[in-house]
Design a protein around this ligand. Structure first.
Ligand SMILES: [Zn+2]
Length: 662
């Protein structure tokens, strides 16, 4: 996903016994899974353990060993070593009046054990009303129970399966406050006439709208029927049909196996416009033209990425433009990325976000982190690819600016985090991945890959990447799998250019290794003396030639302004460049950060409006934190309470923590 908030979770291992897998060979097991699981369940002894609450309780994630174990998903209750969900068949009705999704999820499961333990699924605030299970279409009601609720993980759903059962059907409805679902009133949309619904499953929110094994190491295909009010259109991370009639029933199929966090639903007054042969945009009619124009280079981005890193394997690549309350910049839901409208800047200055989501079609969606500890495999690779795509499409200057800004973001986050959270293979046990979000897995991961590229040469590195995407396609892998792959490939091919110990340091130690590359941009460095001269009173703000500045340069200029700025200087900047009223959300954000720090009153109204009208955590978290740190506690609380009804549940959760503590 794109910078904000994302991060994430954990699952459990496949394999004990039957597959003879150890904890550290998860993905090797995954890769052997099909062979191993072709055994018929008929061969499995049918003596099976009895269902008792006792033998269920022990199956909770182990959170107390010194180090997290590779391949273990500490953010899922699912007993994926016993069963694996292979296919989901969903039938849901969107009830906008009561703000619930209601219906049935049918899971096809593959047994991985000769015993018959209960099936444990992840749920959060789901009202489960009935469960049936059996073989094929012959399903009978079965016993089920909800386990103990965990504040981060939700509630395990424990289902007693008949012997040999390979299918389970769960009737349920979501709660109106489901953490992964946002219901918008008409006035919160661009058109103001129709309600809107969207889901955000990453990291561990799929369980708030579907009972399943909510772990990135479980991949499943799915089909779905989504029932909506007649005038609305539903879309999913699946085979969308822009011609589908508005009759209140939409059918979808996703024939490629994906992890649960990539299941996504959007419902609204949506139109479609093609941008290229394989690319198009779904948006409210009010946003459609502007979106299609802003993102018209998407098809070119797709083409250059394929040329350099291997085929795009997902058929179409479309965008869904969401209302402004979307908590993230974007979410890489396969075939249909969900995008915040805050990046429709009118000048393509923020389209790196599209490159980022597109790049996830390779890193993340095709090769997926096995647990949220391994998030850097998704986001570091994607950030690296994003920069490369930006260079292919927009040239060197843009590439250098994006890289340099990324580096600055990384430095800022490193200053702001404890050592343990600077480690790429991060220990997230006992924590909600959303609350630990930072740029570190993104930018540190990207910088690490950039160093590898520098060491072995770009051409060789690109060849490596293309082979990597091919080698692990449609698999979920751990950090250790990646390191092992590096050992067998680049380290073997370029022993003189690469150092194993240094690679270890990048991945498992805090900070960045000494002598790491420091990407810089001429377009930025030449602003330093200008800023300095102005700060020293040698030139007036009006003397600064800003007419060709992109948002990148504005951000660089503003973010580099030191604490010591005087009230007069603040006013001079604002009067000269009208920063308080900037139409660019990125520029406004950088300016408001200064305004909060310096208690600059003329910006207060804009600050409030910004916080109330935008739901992107990338902006909200630093602004609220800044307010709290600068004695504006009451003001932060007042604005937060006012804005809350329009925020996404994730936004509320993450920012409540900043404002109210736990
Ligand atoms: Zn991402």
């Amino acid at each position: 996903m794109l910078p904000q908030l994302f991060t994430p979770n954990l699952g459990r291992l496949i394999g004990a016994g039957l597959l003879a897998c150890s904890l550290v060979t998860l993905s090797a097991c995954s890769r052997n899974e099909d062979a191993a699981n072709s055994e018929s369940t008929a061969d499995i002894p049918q003596s099976a353990t009895e269902y008792t609450p006792e033998n269920l309780e022990k199956d909770t994630p182990l959170a107390d060993s010194a180090e997290p174990e590779s391949g273990v998903d500490y953010h899922s209750f699912a007993n994926t070593n016993d069963y694996r969900v292979k296919h989901l068949d969903l039938d849901l009705t969107a009830d906008f009046d009561n703000k619930v999704l209601k219906g049935e999820a049918i899971l096809d499961i593959k047994r991985q054990t000769a015993k018959n333990p209960p099936l444990i699924l992840d749920t959060r605030e789901l009202d489960v009303t009935a469960v049936r299970a059996g073989i094929g279409d012959s399903l009978q009601p079965v016993k089920f129970s909800m386990g103990k609720k965990d504040p981060h993980l939700g509630t395990p759903l424990k289902i007693q399966l008949p012997k040999g059962a390979n299918r389970v059907a769960i009737q349920y409805q979501t709660s109106p406050g489901a953490s992964g679902v946002q219901w918008l009133e008409p006035q919160q949309t661009a058109g103001k006439k129709h309600p809107f619904l969207f889901t955000q499953a990453q990291a561990i929110h799929a369980r708030s709208f579907i009972p399943l094994q909510d772990s990135p190491q479980v991949r499943m295909t799915y089909e779905a029927t989504i029932r909506t009010p007649q005038e609305l259109r539903a879309v999913m991370s699946a085979n969308n049909d822009p011609e589908a009639e508005l009759d209140g029933v939409f059918e979808f199929e996703m024939s490629q196996a994906i992890p649960s966090y990539l299941i996504a639903i959007g419902i609204g007054n949506l139109d479609f416009k093609a941008m290229g042969e394989r690319t198009g945009v779904y948006a409210e009619p009010e946003l459609l033209e502007a979106s299609a124009k802003e993102f018209e280079d998407t098809e070119s981005m797709l083409e250059v990425t394929e040329e350099n890193f291997g085929p795009y394997r997902w058929d179409r690549y479309d965008l869904l433009i969401l209302p402004p309350s979307f908590p993230n910049g974007a979410m890489e839901n396969p075939r249909l990325s969900f995008i915040t409208p805050t990046v429709i800047a009118g000048d393509k200055s923020l389209v790196a976000l599209i490159a980022h989501e597109l790049a996830h079609s390779w890193s993340g969606n095709l090769i997926t982190n096995a647990s949220w500890r391994d998030l850097w495999l998704n986001e570091g690779f994607t950030t690296y690819l994003t920069n490369r795509i930006m260079q292919f499409v927009y040239g060197d200057k843009r590439y250098q600016m994006e890289m340099a800004l990324g580096y600055d973001d990384l430095k800022a986050d490193l200053d702001d985090h404890e050592d343990k959270d600077e480690i790429m293979a991060i220990d997230l046990r006992g924590r909600d991945p959303d609350e630990v979000f930072s740029y570190i897995p993104y930018e540190k991961g990207s910088l690490f890959l950039y160093e590898l590229e520098q060491n072995v040469g770009r051409e060789n590195f690109d060849k490596f990447l293309m082979e990597y995407f091919n080698h692990f396609a449609f698999q979920s892998i751990t950090t250790e799998d990646f390191v092992k792959y590096l050992d067998e490939t680049l380290l073997k091919q370029y022993p003189d250019q690469l150092d194993r110990a240094r690679i270890q340091e990048w991945i498992f130690e805090p900070g960045i290794p000494e002598g790491a590359p420091h990407p810089q941009s001429d377009a930025f460095t030449k602003l330093d003396p200008v800023r300095e001269q102005w700060l020293n009173g040698e030139i007036k703000a009006g003397d600064i030639d800003t007419k060709d500045w992109t948002f990148h340069q504005w951000k660089y200029f503003l973010d580099g302004i030191p604490e010591k700025l005087s009230e007069d200087q603040l006013q001079e900047l604002d009067e000269t460049f009208d920063l308080t009223q900037s139409k660019s959300n990125e520029i406004a954000f950088s300016w408001l950060m200064i305004a909060v720090r310096k208690d600059y009153e003329p910006a207060n109204a804009r600050l409030e409006d910004f916080l109330v009208s935008i739901g992107r955590n990338k902006f909200l978290r630093p602004l609220y934190r800044n307010m709290m740190e600068n004695g504006k506690t009451d003001e932060a609380k007042r604005i937060f309470e006012k804005a809350k009804p329009g925020y996404h549940p994730l936004t509320v959760k993450v920012n409540s923590k900043i404002i109210y503590g736990d």
